[in-house]
Design a binder for this molecule. Structure first.
Ligand SMILES: Cc1ncc(COP(=O)(O)O)c(C=O)c1O
Length: 395
């Protein structure tokens, strides 16, 4: 059945179809799932590996969808380069594994996302990496935490769940003087400020959150100077931490509406934070846009008139928190954030679940805290659900 003109059906099945070249280009970025690229010959493979020619070879080392997303985030962060990783944690891992050697020390801010703490304090410790905690709102506390082997200082722009705002410029000054890299996890505050312009060495995001924006992908990004990103990319390749084409494509699509989604959700968060703070059924509301928040003055100065999409309320104890969460009719309990729809989470049983009572006490975490992540609904509809839940839970 096989002939030079007509191959056997099994061959036709296996071979890709070749289309004639198109004189037009797609308007929307194409999704390119290929795990590997066709190389013209040995001259070209040498040229590609030696960077005399640009092009993709193997998707774990780079592919067009990740390159487009990385370029977009780098542009938003004012960075030379960016890197896409398989999750926010993969992005952090690429940095820690790339810049720490055995015996090095990390300064970690209090109130970090729980798994970041786990990565350093339970996993990296096995490789001889030590750490000390500091308060990211007080650069002098970082100075006290430094040791001669501190290589990385890690903080979040807005801490989780109490939304303390890091003094990024102050931390950068202390870290730079000590020869350490300042890494800022900017997941809670994309577009609200630019950590690199304030002196951070690298900025990371869980793109699973606001960048993706629809709770349908898991991805992370890092942005910063080209030479730093190159090292993180080498680690991502060696440890297999790279992000895949489909989710990179989805996240790039998410960036198209990021500015609009963020603006709308920040506005709603401020409106409802003010309303919740004034409600006698809510013992306390934490939001950097409220005058009662300890970092309100810095937030006014740093965040361009927006204060983030997250508000955390303290309902006193676990029973009341549970009564509120289960009485919500439309707003789901979902332990993530930054979806187009508003969600609630409970830090004590989710993001900060495995921490000791001492760790909770140091960060101000209590079983009564409920974290609200605002989406794009009309604030009046959200208030109606909160109001009913607060009333129904007989506060
Ligand atoms: C502030 C922050 N950083 C990092 C991460 C980790 O991101 P991912 O879940 O994409 O690994 C999260 C996840 O919730 C987060 O909230």
């Amino acid at each position: 059945m096989s002939s030079p003109d007509e191959p056997d059906p099994s061959t036709t099945c296996a071979r890709p179809v070749e289309l004639p070249p198109s004189a037009t280009a797609p308007l929307a970025p194409p999704l390119q799932l290929s795990a590997v690229y066709r190389i013209a010959g040995l001259e070209q493979i040498d040229a590609l590996y030696e960077k005399r020619e640009s092009g993709f070879i193997y998707a774990r080392d780079g592919h067009p969808n990740a390159a487009q997303l990385a370029a977009k985030i780098a542009a938003l962060e004012g960075a030379e380069a960016g890197l896409v990783c398989a999750s926010g944690m993969a992005a952090e891992a690429a940095i820690f594994l790339g810049y720490l050697d055995q015996g090095d020390h990390v300064a970690l801010s209090e109130g970090l996302y729980g798994k970041t703490g786990v990565l350093v304090t339970r996993e990296l410790v096995r490789f001889g990496i030590s750490h000390t905690l500091f308060d990211a709102t007080r650069p002098e506390s970082l100075r006290a935490a430094l040791t001669p082997t501190t290589r990385i200082v890690f903080a979040e722009t807005l801490s989780n769940p109490l939304l303390r705002l890091a003094d990024i410029a102050g931390l950068a000054e202390v870290a730079t003087a000590a020869g350490a890299l300042l890494i800022i996890d900017h997941t809670f505050a994309p577009l609200l400020c630019r950590p690199l312009a304030l002196g951070a060495s690298l900025v990371t995001h869980s793109a699973t959150k606001l960048i993706g924006g629809h709770s349908d992908l898991t991805l992370g990004v890092v942005a910063g100077a080209g030479r730093l990103i190159e090292r993180a990319a080498a680690i991502a390749s060696a440890f297999g931490l790279s992000g895949n084409p489909f989710e990179s494509w989805l996240a790039l699509r998410g960036t198209a509406t990021l500015s609009l989604r963020s603006a709308r959700a920040c506005e709603t968060a401020l409106t409802l934070a003010e309303r919740l703070a004034a409600d006698p059924r809510v013992p306390h509301a934490h939001y950097p846009g409220l005058p009662s928040h300890p970092d309100n003055a810095r937030a006014r100065q740093l965040l361009n008139g927006r204060y983030g999409t997250i508000v955390t309320i303290d309902l006193g104890d676990r029973t009341r928190a549970d009564a509120f969460i289960t009485a919500l009719r439309h707003i789901p309990f979902a332990p993530s954030l930054a979806d187009v729809a508003t969600t609630v989470s409970h830090p004590a049983t989710t993001s900060h679940r495995n921490q000791s009572p001492e760790q909770w006490a140091r960060q101000g975490i209590t079983p009564g805290l409920v974290r609200l992540s605002f989406g794009l609904e009309d604030p009046r509809d959200l208030w109606s659900d909160f109001d009913t839940a607060l009333a129904g839970a007989s506060f």
